[in-house]
Write a protein that binds this ligand. Structure first.
Ligand SMILES: [Ca+2]
Ligand SMILES: [Ca+2]
Length: 182
């Protein structure tokens, strides 16, 4: 009984903190649920992501639709593997500032920030943060990015706590049964 409670606590703590993969550049993995524009989107955890060091046209500017459609085709409904900025983490709007990777093939990931630049759909703004766009490669070997197995996508907290409540109620039920038998 004590063992299950400790396990439960560990699982809860793991879900509350962003996935940290030691020695790799991926801090968080989550499915892309909504594309806002060419450089901003929402993920399943509820967080909004602003792609680091690039800028795509605003809604009333030329090239807005092309950039948004390109990003959508590249990452929408896929698992985004995010390198979150270690310096500021989020911008003044509360959006996570990230370099975004999605799976390209069995061996490689594609850097979505670099892809937008390479397609001429985004402009480069090298802000003072963790990232140096001049060092970005369009394709990155999974082995180099993850240094092991890719991290499992973070489940939304609500779904997670639902599952925790179910586990707790099962445990409580079993405890009561155990008492009755005694
Ligand atoms: Ca980072
Ligand atoms: Ca930078």
């Amino acid at each position: 009984m004590k063992g299950s409670l400790i396990l439960l606590t560990l699982i809860t703590m793991g879900a509350l903190f962003p996935q940290v993969v030691l020695g790799a550049e991926v801090n968080l993995a989550s499915r892309v649920t909504q594309i806002t524009d060419g450089d901003t989107f929402r993920i399943e955890t509820g967080d909004r992501v602003r792609m680091a060091d690039i800028d795509t046209p605003e809604v009333n500017e030329q090239g807005y639709r092309e950039a948004k459609e390109f990003l959508s085709a590249l990452i929408y409904n896929k698992t985004a593997y995010l390198d979150v900025d270690d310096v500021y983490r989020s911008d003044s709007y509360g959006r996570l500032v990230c370099v975004v990777y999605v799976e390209y093939n069995s061996t490689h990931m594609i850097n979505a920030n670099k892809a937008l630049l390479a397609e001429g759909l985004a402009r480069l703004y090298d802000h003072q943060n963790e990232f140096s766009p001049s060092s970005w490669d369009l394709f990155v070997r999974k082995a180099d990015l993850f240094q092991g197995a890719p991290p499992a996508p973070n489940v939304p907290l609500l779904a997670f706590f639902g599952a925790v409540m179910i586990i707790i109620s099962i445990l409580v039920h079993q405890m009561r049964r155990h008492k009755r038998i005694k």
